[in-house]
Structure formats: C-alpha cells, structure tokens
Design a protein around this ligand. Structure first.
Ligand SMILES: CC(C)(COP(=O)(O)OP(=O)(O)OC[C@H]1O[C@@H](n2cnc3c(N)ncnc32)[C@H](O)[C@@H]1OP(=O)(O)O)[C@@H](O)C(=O)NCCC(=O)NCCS
Length: 285
C-alpha cells in the first residue's frame, strides 16, 4: 500500500451520520437494499443491473477493498449514529493523484431520502479530502436526476456545465446529458463571488421573496425571467448563496438590473463586493 492510500481515513464521524469503509458482513444488507429498491436505484446507477445475488455484493465489497489498497476507489457505507443503521453508500472515485482531483458518488435507500443525510455525508467526506490534499472535487450526475443534482447544489458546489449526450442508456437506446459540479480547495469555506448559473435560480428567488420591501410579486416574475436570460454574479458564504447581481448590456452600455442581499447579511459589505466585481467585469469587457 502506498502512502497516498494510507492518508484516507477508514471512518469519519458527522453530526447525525458516520461513514465507514465497507465490512464484508454488509454484503447481505447491501444486496437486500439494492434488490428491494432496484427500480429507483437502477434508473441512474448502471451497476444495479449486475447485482443479482448476495455473492455479487460480496464480490463488490472485496473489489472495493482491492481498489482501496490501489488508491483507485474509496467506498464507504453511510450509517445513522443513533442506531448504527446502514442507509446507503458514498465513495470517492475517478481519482487523479497527479492532479489532486477526484469525484464523489452516492446512493441512499428510498426511505431515507430527502433528509439531508447524503448532503451531510458529502460535507464530511469533502472536508477530509481537502484536508489530505485534494484540490478539486467533482460531482457528476445525469441531467434527469434532479434529486442527485440537489446534493451538490445544497452543498454549495459550483455548476460547471453540461456534457451533452454523455451517457448512453442501453435499455432505452437514448443518450442523456451529464451535469458537472465542482468544489475547489482554495475556495472551500471562504466567501466567493462566482458567475451566475441556472442552478442558482431557486436560492436567488428565495432571497428576493424574503425582501418584500424591495421585490414585489410582479418584480419576482421579471427576476425569474431575467435569471434565465441575463448574466450575473452570486455571493456565496459557507456554501450558501446570500447575494446576487444581474446585469445586461444595451447599446454598448452594461447596466445592473437586479441586486439583492439576504436580510441577515445586509450591511456587511456584500453589496459593495458585488458591485466592485461587476465593475471589474465591465472593465474587462
Ligand atoms: C441522489 C440521492 C442520493 C439523493 O439523496 P437525498 O436523500 O435526496 O439527499 P439529501 O437529502 O442530502 O439532498 C439534499 C436535499 O435534502 C434537503 N434537506 C432536507 N433536510 C436537510 C438537512 N438537514 N441538511 C441538508 N439538506 C437537507 C435539501 O434541501 C435538498 O433539497 P431537496 O429537498 O429539494 O431535495 C438519492 O435520491 C438516491 O439514492 N437516488 C438514487 C441513486 C442515485 O441517483 N445516485 C446518484 C447517482 S449520480
């Protein structure tokens, strides 16, 4: 085993969950979970098709152990702290040691969905990955998998774009697009101003709705349209969008159309930081 593999911890403790390198005894439960949730999981996880018996799961776990030793995949179970219940998996894969980058993937049993457990597992794992020297973490998912896309969005990942027709669905003989999200160590847990993306629409509308003195219902409708059609920048703190500025150009002049800072974060210079960044953008146009 090389040094780089030993750097990865085999378990990490969070608030409500912990994640732990697989033990062989998990094979039976893992198979039962996959088998009982086959239709939902199989929609976006191609390996589900090949998991037909407990032995297949055991082989998979042994495979992940070999990969762990090779430094090619680090796969963990996700467990509830309160009762040690196993609820899903999270793993690090597509690791490029030379470039200090990797990808995180996950799945969870249906009855535990939507309670923030996967987001918590992602935050736990990314913290450790950055601590041990990874620079870039990616999360990729099908553009049809909105639940999966919500995870990097809620964890403050930057939406980098869409890989057109990236994946062939064998069953339906159709290609689908892939979303790519990333988080970079140098911007981790720092205040960041980033370009506006289509993933930012919901948090921006939420900020505007919470500022009724500035945004009427009618203006919010205009804002929704403009988010889809104009350029902009967002202000992110602790993975949360807390400010935005939208702009447009007309007859060679660039103008601000919308500016908003969440009420809890006003009078902290965020408005100025957004305007300064806007002025920078204008200078370089
Ligand atoms: C994709 C998948 C792992 C997402 O799991 P999940 O349980 O929905 O994940 P989370 O709850 O952490 O997702 C965050 C969502 O929970 C909400 N949430 C609820 N409580 C929360 C909390 N305490 N903390 C953080 N987020 C919370 C978030 O706001 C977010 O938004 P949403 O409600 O609009 O979905 C799950 O749907 C799954 O297993 N799908 C099948 C397999 C799959 O597609 N895997 C991914 C392949 S790329």
């Amino acid at each position: 085993m090389s040094l780089k593999n030993q750097k990865i911890k085999t378990s990490l403790l969070g608030n409500r969950i912990y994640i732990k390198k697989h033990d062989e005894y998990l094979a039976e439960t893992m198979f039962y979970y996959v088998d009982s949730d086959r239709e939902r999981l199989g929609k976006f996880l191609p390996w589900v098709l090949f998991s037909k018996t407990v032995q297949d799961e055991l082989n998979y776990i042994r495979h992940t152990h070999r990969c762990w030793d090779d430094g090619t995949i680090f796969d963990f179970g996700i467990f509830l702290k309160e009762n040690n219940l196993y609820i899903g998996n999270i793993g690090v894969h597509t690791i490029h040691w030379k470039n200090n980058r990797c990808e995180i993937g996950y799945w969870i049993l249906g009855k535990f969905e939507g309670q923030g457990y996967v987001s918590e597992a992602v935050r736990l794992l990314e913290k450790h990955l950055f601590e041990i020297g990874f620079h870039r973490i990616e999360i990729r998912c099908s553009s049809l998998n909105f639940r999966s896309a919500n995870v990097p969005v809620s964890c403050g990942y930057f939406f980098e774009g869409i890989l057109k027709d990236n994946t062939l669905d064998i069953e339906y003989e159709k290609y689908s697009d892939m979303y790519v999200f990333s988080k970079i160590s140098t911007s981790y847990l720092k205040d960041n101003i980033e370009p506006l993306t289509i993933m930012d629409k919901v948090p921006i509308i939420l900020i505007a709705k919470n500022l009724p003195q500035y945004f009427t219902q009618k203006q919010i409708e205009h804002l929704k349209f403009d988010i889809d059609n104009q350029k902009g920048i967002i202000y992110r703190r602790n993975d949360k969008i807390i400010g935005f500025l939208l702009y447009f150009s007309s007859q060679g002049v660039v103008e601000i159309s919308w500016l908003g800072v969440a009420s809890d974060f006003q009078n902290q210079g965020i408005d100025k930081a957004l305007k300064d960044e806007f002025n920078n953008i204008c200078k370089h146009k």
